[in-house]
Design a protein around this ligand. Structure first.
Ligand code: GTP
Ligand code: MG
Length: 363
């Protein structure tokens, strides 16, 4: 599963800094607004300590973490939907992402970037209104598209027209479509429209370097907003993490100690994104590779096997499963087996977070 996240936010508030921090790339950042024009794209490894833990006990040629694609686009200014700033045409670059990271400025700045006071809640509102306006355009176009067919009495078209009109009315009120409880068939009918406000969203409070934990007034405003809409948020200092990402590990460790940072935000950022999307990880571990795989929470063993090779889902016979903890306790697979901890699971087995698996399949 290739998972993709889009970064959105107002201009010049640290989106590219956070992109660089997350991806270890050196995309251009600047003190002026609209420095990003062409989107920045990168695939990042999802950091997962468990891979190293497994490697302590199982020799292997390579370690293969899960990957996430991150897309950083131009800032969205107030009025973008009416053509202000760069307009909103570049939103097309993130329409097919699975989730959004909404970066919010929570640091005061002394340079000329913005004159106005820091206002996280106001900024979120401005940005989300622009996203809603972009969706409104899409939905209106689709109402027109299905209207003619709906007039002929075509059942599907009638359903779509009513649904799109409902979405349109909500968007006109500035409602983010993710806050609506859609039925499965409604969600499915909205999916091909690639709407932005329906995507799960994580708020990233881009904090100053004296508020890594996000306890300050600005970050807390983001926290309150996130709580109100039932979303996750996390604090991150884009500037510092961007610099840290470019350092060698020794230098980084020293720098982090000096600053009193115990962990980087990136692993947490990706973990929260996994949770947000209802994803989980399982591992395969052998002498060729130790690999992390991404599945949806609730997936059964044959579905998991199908990630490795599409034929494996159909040919699934059974899975042998143990946990990372079992491995730490017993140290080898044969010892796990001897201790009766190697579970043999069938087609109906629902995968658990962190399972290590061997699949037996008919080829
Ligand atoms: N003080 C402070 N400055 C930051 C922080 N994050 C980013 N900046 C500064 O904000 C400016 C803009 O950073 P970028 O990462 O280019 O911002 P952007 O949102 O990608 O900008 P556009 O692509 O132009 O919309 C740079 O001068 C950064 O150094 C932060 O956490 N604290
Ligand atoms: Mg940028």
């Amino acid at each position: 599963m290739s998972l993709a996240c889009g970064i959105v936010g107002l201009p010049n508030i640290g989106k590219t800094s956070i992109f660089n921090a997350a991806t270890g790339s050196g995309a251009e950042r600047a003190t002026y607004a609209f420095s990003t024009v062409e989107p920045n794209l990168a695939e990042v490894d999802v950091p997962d300590e468990r891979l190293e833990v497994i490697h302590r006990f199982i020799e292997t040629d390579k370690i293969v973490p899960a990957r996430v694609q991150i897309v950083d686009i131009a800032g969205l200014a107030e009025g973008a939907s009416r053509g202000e700033g760069m307009g909103n045409k570049f939103l097309g670059h993130i329409k097919e992402t699975d989730a959004l990271m909404h970066v919010v400025q929570c640091f005061e700045r002394t340079d000329l970037g913005r004159q106005s006071a820091v206002d996280p809640a106001g900024d979120i509102e401005v940005l989300e209104l622009e996203l809603a306006m972009a969706d409104l355009e899409t939905v209106s176009r689709n109402v027109d598209r299905v209207s003619k067919k709906a007039r002929t009495g075509d059942k599907e078209a009638v359903f779509q027209k009513e649904l799109f009109e409902r979405a349109k009315a909500l968007l006109e009120d500035g409602v983010q479509l993710r806050s609506v409880e859609w039925k499965d068939e409604e969600r499915a009918a909205l999916k091909p429209l690639f709407l932005l406000t329906i995507k799960p969203t994580l708020y990233v409070a881009n904090v100053a370097d004296d508020d890594f934990e996000g306890k300050g007034e600005f970050a807390q405003a983001v926290a309150r907003h996130a709580e109100k809409v039932g979303a996750d948020w996390l604090p991150m200092c884009g500037d510092i993490e961007c610099e840290l990402a470019g350092m060698e590990s020794e230098e980084r460790a020293m720098f982090m100690e000096e600053l009193g940072i115990t962990e980087l935000a990136l692993p947490r950022l990706l973990q929260v994104t996994y949770k947000l999307l209802g994803l989980q990880t399982f591992f395969t571990a052998g002498e060729k590779e130790i690999k992390a795989w991404t599945i949806e929470a609730g997936d059964t063993a044959p579905v998991a096997a199908g990630k490795i090779h599409s034929d494996f889902e159909k040919g699934f016979i059974r899975a042998e499963v143990y946990s990372v903890d079992d491995l730490v306790e017993h140290e080898t697979e044969s010892a796990i087996k001897a201790a009766g901890k190697l579970r043999v699971e069938g087609r109906d087995y629902v995968m658990q977070e962190g399972d290590i698996c061997h699949f037996l399949v008919n080829r």
